[in-house]
Design a protein around this ligand. Sequence first.
Ligand code: PMV
Length: 357
Amino acid sequence: MSFEKEFISSEFPPIEGKVTWASPSNIALVKYWGKYGVQLPQNPSLSFTLSNCVTTTSVAFRPKTSEGFSFSFLFEGEEAPAFHPKMEAFFSRIVDYCPYLLTHELAIESSNSFPHSSGIASSASSMSALALALLSIEQQAGKLGHPEKFNQKASFLARLGSGSAARSIQGPMMSWGKTASISGSSQSFGTVIQENIHPVFTTYQDTILIIDKGQKKVSSTLGHQLMENHPYAAARFEQAHQHVQRLLAIMAEGNLDDFMELVELEALTLHALMMASNPYFVLMQPNTLAVLNKLWDFRRATKLPLCFTLDAGANVHLLYPEANKKAILSFIQTDLANYCQNGQYIEDQIGTGAKML
Ligand code: PMV
């Protein structure tokens, strides 16, 4: 039986209740950029699960008889009709796997731990929190076909909302996308990576510099699409396979120099792909580059293991071991905060995954 079929829940009783989940964001070390079919990745990706950047979502549910989907949505305590089309589209994609969406009405409330419109991608945390809450309805009804596959189905559903959300379910690391390097890896859902991680990485820090709070000028949906006729696509997808394999070995050894080199190469490759798309676009800002140059100067001068990664935006994620936290936070405060919008940055670290509240 295909995983898709296994994930379909059977006859569903009319039940009433409320579930709440807190789910974290994640930061990709090997990037997912390019998709096909229904939200399937062109290459495998690998990420750190975060701890403090979290979306908390509760879903109150009760039986209904009307047709179609019926839901209300409060974001940060206020009606948020702007999110409705995206949620309808998500429900339409997952309704075959969650038929109770048609027989129950939902009152959904969501809030983020990180500042609203900080330019931090919230789709991974928000879609994973919603997927987990919806799946808990199935669990409460005793209708989970494979209870041991709860996390897999949650990741599968989250992926249909936002690809990177597939990697926000568990910690400390997750991969997504079939690769020979990870047994059990799948195109359809993420796989948790818990073993063979050197202790230096288990408490790794991620300080997120808020360079630009603004709405992204180019959505990641369009960016993924532009990989379809991208002249460097084939080489990139092949490179990502190699990078996943190499990074897993580096993570097991605890080799920080190799880690920094590979992670920065991945970040700049992502942005180079954007710059070489047709149409081309640039998401880095002058302050993004200023920070990278400062960081490289600091690393040369101090030999401290500080490196960066970027997601699809101008903000900079600074990655470093917990043991170097004091010196690096002091550098951030004195030298890098000036490049942040309103001096703002968020201190986060590797985390253990989503939690039911
Ligand atoms: O999940 P999406 O469609 O927003 O894509 C995310 C893409 C990157 O954040 C740039 C990379 C990644 O793997 O998370």
